[in-house]
Design a binder for this molecule. Structure first.
Ligand code: TYD
Ligand code: MG
Length: 470
């Protein structure tokens, strides 16, 4: 098939192809993201097979839903927090995209994972397109992993990398750090463009599928949290994992955004130290360390991240505003969720917040997505507005409806158990459902729980604390 060569205008954010240059990409709304690229039309359009067209297709056998399926074979990395996120280890022949801000610790994490596998006798390769071999070696030495038999190279040409890795026993794991630095000869565009990234990823995916090697692609993230350019790669890979945290904190959170072979709600928690990333097996202790218990405006939320309960402190500051439109700022939680909680507190809780600035912060740099945090956020807000500190030994959880009703959430028992384990003595939560079919006798709750059904109960409870105190 003769390749047509013509210039195309490709959005570097979303990969949309336009027929002329424009300031704004109509597909994703990005400004100044369109770049002229030359390449064959087939690579522009995505994964199109380049085999000659035939009048008749080959007939392949169709199978039913029943049948024998083997569990996908996996290689655990030996780093428990990483294996938790992948779903029990690296699936052979799978391809993982690891995204994260520059400097967050992606290369460090992957060096630790490759070294751990190499020490167990697996063949592993670390290909860096960003750093020289000496730099990577220096990092490994700093991590105390200088002796691990990791195969190391500084290379950016995908064909050369695949040819090299194909020699001998296929590696169990190959790291490509990063996909943005890779280029393939099959595409004419400049390195770093969407077309190159996609072409390189395609070649590496083919390599992973044919050899059974697990390939991890490192991807950089733009300011607004997108994996730059390789957003087009996201749907081609088996798993997308992001490494988060802010550089002001030591905590790093590994989170699966997409996973064809495992859960997407599990997180792995790490701490960055001078000897690399350390696993944090009991993150609640870490997130509650340094808690200020005497001040109004803080509440402990008993949350869940996947199958793991996680306690975090939610801090609120409600202060009279000098602005016409009061400020609403939130870190680690959803802005629209905060607006909703504030509206419910005003409409059903009798609070006047229209003249107040409101700040909400999740301590430790964690990002909460659960609606179960509504009640803890509301408690922190009411506490801050009223100036009454909440009891330091109490945890909060519950979802709030627009009517002010507090609705039950999943896994109450696990939340309460974790709180009891960490020395909390009571919980404020929606009425706990007792599963009649399962419980034999009266199932004992691990913690004294005051059930509340409506937001007015919460507001009244916090106001009553002042009367008791004074
Ligand atoms: P790195 O893994 O290079 O980040 P990425 O690949 O995501 O860009 O990590 C860089 C940061 O981590 C750097 O600012 C220094 C810090 N760091 C430590 O604090 N301790 C260590 O042991 C290592 C290796 C790095
Ligand atoms: Mg790096």
């Amino acid at each position: 098939m003769a390749k047509q060569r013509h210039p195309s205008f490709v959005c570097q954010e979303c990969g949309a192809v336009h027929n002329r240059w424009k300031g704004k990409c109509e597909a994703c709304g990005g400004w100044n993201t369109i770049v002229e690229e030359t390449g064959s039309a087939s690579t522009m359009a995505g994964p199109v097979a380049t085999r000659p067209s035939r009048a008749k297709g080959r007939i392949f056998p169709l199978e039913g839903l029943q049948g024998e399926t083997k569990e996908a074979p996996r290689t655990p990395s030996g780093i428990a927090e990483l294996d938790r996120v992948t779903g029990g280890g690296f699936v052979h022949g799978s391809i993982i995209l690891l995204g994260g801000d520059p400097g967050i610790g992606k290369s460090t994490l992957l060096m630790q994972a490759t070294a751990a596998l190499a020490m167990r006798g697996e063949r592993v390769a670390y290909i860096s397109g960003e750093e020289a071999v000496a730099q990577v070696r220096l990092r490994a030495e700093r991590l105390g992993l200088g002796q691990a038999p990791v195969e190391l190279a500084s290379e950016t040409n995908v064909e050369d990398i695949i040819a090299t890795l194909s020699q001998g026993r296929p590696p169990a794991l190959a790291i490509i750090d990063s996909i943005q630095t890779m280029w393939t000869e099959t595409v004419e565009s400049a390195p770093g463009t969407v077309t190159q990234v996609r072409g390189s990823a395609q070649a590496l995916i083919r390599f992973a599928k044919t050899t059974g090697t697990t390939v991890i692609l490192v991807g950089h993230v733009t300011k607004d949290g997108q994996i730059a350019g390789p957003r087009v790669v996201e749907h081609m890979v088996d798993a997308v994992v992001s490494f988060e945290g802010d550089t002001g904190h030591h905590f790093r959170i590994l989170r699966a955004v997409k996973n064809r072979f495992g859960p997407t709600d599990e997180i792995g928690v790490f701490e960055m130290s001078d000897q690399g990333l350390r696993e944090v097996p009991n993150p609640s202790e870490l997130f509650l360390a340094g808690r200020d218990m005497a001040t109004a405006g803080t509440a402990v939320f008993a949350g869940m991240e996947g199958t793991r309960p996680l306690l975090v402190e939610i801090q609120a500051l409600v202060a009279p505003s000098s602005l016409g439109t009061p400020r609403r700022a939130v870190v680690g939680w959803d802005q629209s969720r905060l607006s909703m909680v504030l509206a419910v507190l005003e409409a059903h809780g009798g609070l006047k917040l229209g003249m107040h600035d409101v700040y909400l912060n999740v301590a430790g740099g964690l990002r909460i997505t659960e609606p179960a945090a509504d009640l803890a956020a509301a408690a922190a807000l009411v506490s801050s507005l009223s100036g009454n500190p909440l009891p330091p030994d109490t945890v909060y959880f519950g979802e709030m409806g627009l009517s002010g009703a507090i609705r039950p959430v999943a896994q109450e028992q696990a939340r309460l158990k974790e709180a009891a384990k960490l020395g909390f003595s009571s919980a404020v939560a929606p009425a706990v459902r007792v599963d009649k079919s399962k419980s034999t006798k009266n199932e004992r709750l691990p913690l004294a729980t005051s059930s509340i059904g409506h937001i007015t109960d919460l507001v009244a409870g916090i106001a009553a604390r002042r009367r008791k105190a004074s």
